[in-house]
Design a protein around this ligand. Structure first.
Ligand SMILES: Nc1ncnc2c1ncn2[C@@H]1O[C@H](COP(=O)(O)OP(=O)(O)OP(=O)(O)O)[C@@H](O)[C@H]1O
Ligand SMILES: [Mg+2]
Length: 322
């Protein structure tokens, strides 16, 4: 978070499009423009089938775009795939490993693909399996690994070439809460202490809110919004208005309700004991407070209801057919 370089993009997508089908009849990724800054943890979220995996595959040279272009680590995603492979690490979903080989043998195989010297390689394998907490399983066959172990192993594999950019497709899906937290801590550590830029997809809004600096929300192949949680909040507020929680003393609840109802552009959405939930598109807080005071009430609480990413996400994809 502290090491984000504001004006240096390590990923740039311009009009990136992928169509599938004999006659290109289905559009999986639709004219996507995206910029990811050096040092960011960038979250890519959207409903099933939104095009997240397809986009990531195009960024690492596994799928060719139908149109549009992109650069990753300064390299063209169509013409410079080999350079991109060198600079990046990938945890795909689903991940395929050699199940009949041990963790060490699997990593040795991937290390050889990168021409890593044997002495460097053997030490790095041990270090990486240590990092992801699989040191005890180093000589066990991957086929016997649990889902959580496989995900952690996948992260070790993605790190074998010491990449500067990590692509993680649903790094915590299917793993238990403890394992998921460990994975998130590892991602944060790699970002903060090794300066790795992370691009990850996830269906857990809590997770994305916890670890991502900025987030892109996609649906049906289209980018709907991008920004920090704070920026997404501002976008939703602009469109949807604001909710407040209000508590008033010294006058009966009915008098408060009357006072609020008399203001144009303010609605009471719920009443809970003495707390009023109110909604307004553009009425300034001060105006609402003034009306309450004029009615003889004393405000004991007047708080803006903060929307978490889960709520923001639902608001932003609302109305988009998925
Ligand atoms: N190889 C393929 N051939 C045809 N259609 C495909 C192919 N790969 C993906 N698609 C389609 O492209 C769309 C986007 O799929 P994609 O897997 O990228 O979504 P996603 O956002 O990763 O979804 P999820 O959250 O379920 O992983 C879907 O409609 C999918 O069916
Ligand atoms: Mg996917």
């Amino acid at each position: 978070m502290d090491n984000v370089v504001a004006n240096e993009n390590v990923i740039e997508l311009k009009g990136l499009t992928k169509k599938f089908g004999k006659h290109n009849e289905s559009t999986a990724v639709n004219a996507l423009n995206l910029e990811v800054r050096k040092g960011e943890v960038f979250g890519f979220v959207g409903p099933n089938g939104a095009g997240k995996t397809t986009t990531m595959k195009m960024m690492i040279g596994l799928l060719e775009p139908t149109s549009g272009s992109g650069k990753v680590a300064g390299f063209d995603i169509v013409r410079e795939v080999i350079n991109i492979r060198e600079a990046t690490g990938v945890l795909p979903e689903p991940a395929g490993f050699y199940d009949h080989l041990t963790a060490r043998q699997n990593l040795r195989f991937y290390a050889k693909l990168y021409d890593i010297e044997p002495e460097v390689r053997e030490k790095r394998i041990v270090d990486l399996l240590n990092l992801v907490g699989l040191e005890k399983a180093i000589d066990q066959k991957i086929g016997g690994f649990s889902t959580g172990m496989r995900k952690r192993f996948g992260l070790a594999q993605a790190l074998i070439n010491e990449p500067s950019i990590l692509f993680l497709d649903e790094p915590t899906s299917g793993i238990d809460p403890l394992g998921a937290q460990m994975m998130r801590d590892l991602i944060k550590d790699l970002n903060q202490n090794k300066g790795v830029t992370v691009f990850l997809s996830s269906h857990s809004m809590e997770e994305v809110e916890e670890i991502c600096d900025r987030i892109a929300i996609v649906a049906r192949g289209k980018l709907l919004a991008v920004g920090s949680v704070e920026e997404l909040r501002a976008i939703v507020k602009e469109k949807e208005g604001v909710n407040y929680l209000l508590e008033v003393q010294d006058i009966p609840l009915s008098a408060t309700i009357d006072a609020i109802r008399s203001i144009d552009g303010v609605q009471i959405t719920n009443t809970q004991d003495s707390t009023l939930h109110i909604h307004t598109n553009n009425m300034p807080r001060g105006e609402i407070a003034k009306s309450v005071k004029n009615a003889g009430g004393t405000i004991s609480m007047f708080e803006e209801e903060e929307m978490n990413l889960q709520k923001l996400f639902l608001k932003i994809i609302e109305g988009v057919q998925v």
